[in-house]
Design a protein around this ligand. Structure first.
Ligand SMILES: O=C(CO)[C@H](O)[C@H](O)COP(=O)(O)O
Length: 252
């Protein structure tokens, strides 16, 4: 009896926490779109992950949907664009993006980001780097209290060419990574995660990252590395949905 009551309480608490996080994501995304999407924006980048779902929903509510085209950062993003009745274009057609929205795994006070928790980092960086304005949407759990790698402890996601994984693993270990893991598909797939670009992903934990730009540049030059999930000084603004329902904004 007591066990059942405790389990019901735990379920209710988990639901409340879950709802709080979902509400925070939605609040951040809606405010970010409302404050940043301008009527003359023609090409809009749509990122990946669970927060961007609300960005696509909000953009999908626009009355001038025919006047702009959305660029995806991966399979999920493409589906979001289509399911919200938005026009889909490609980065090859539109290499100049007016504004891009995306989520993040961790954000520091200088607006450096860890991204790639959802395995989409290469296309996310491609679209963000093509954008005149890059706006991040996240919930309160993504704010770094100090350095990157403190809040997000699964490691820096790194997209690599598949047959380079053993060599890049060794390189990262030699660079001082505490752990280097080839990301696995888990119960959904026997073997490694394969990205939208047919690559593998490594998660390399460097602990608290004192100099993210230096680390980014060192990893980027390793042969086999396609892209690094450290986004250095790319974001213009970050919107965080808070636990109390408010939205806080960090700007450059
Ligand atoms: O980088 C990403 C995918 O590769 C996501 O943007 C990041 O993982 C944040 O996702 P969510 O909004 O679900 O927390």
């Amino acid at each position: 009896m007591l066990k059942t009551w405790i389990s019901k309480l735990a379920t209710r608490q988990m639901t409340t926490i879950g709802n709080k996080v979902e509400a925070a994501k939605m609040a951040a995304a809606f405010k970010a779109v409302d404050e940043n999407l301008k009527p003359d924006d023609r090409i809009i980048g749509i990122g990946s992950g669970s927060t961007v779902v609300y960005v696509a929903e909000r953009i999908g509510q626009s009355s001038n949907k025919d006047s702009f085209t959305c660029i995806a950062t991966g399979f999920q993003s493409k589906e979001l664009i289509i399911s919200n009745g938005l026009r889909l274009g490609t980065i090859e057609q539109f290499p100049k993006v007016d504004i891009a929205f995306d989520g993040a795994d961790e954000v520091d006070s200088k607006l450096n980001l860890i991204k790639g928790g959802g395995a989409c980092l290469f296309q996310e960086k491609l679209v963000a780097s093509a954008a005149s304005k890059f706006v991040v949407v996240a919930d309160y759990r993504k704010k770094s209290p100090s350095s990157l790698g403190v809040q997000w402890t699964k490691g820096v996601p790194i997209e690599i060419v598949p047959n380079s994984y053993a060599k890049v693993t060794r390189d990262l270990q030699e660079m001082g990574a505490k752990s280097v893991i080839l990301r696995q598909g888990g119960s959904a797939k026997a073997g490694p995660v394969v990205t939208d670009n047919n690559n593998f992903l490594i998660d390399a934990d460097f602990g608290a990252i004192e100099d993210p730009e230096k680390l980014h540049n060192s990893i980027k030059q390793l042969v086999g590395v396609v892209e690094v999930g450290l986004f250095i000084q790319m974001a213009d603004k970050s919107y965080f949905g808070e636990e109390n329902g408010e939205v806080s904004i960090w700007s450059k």
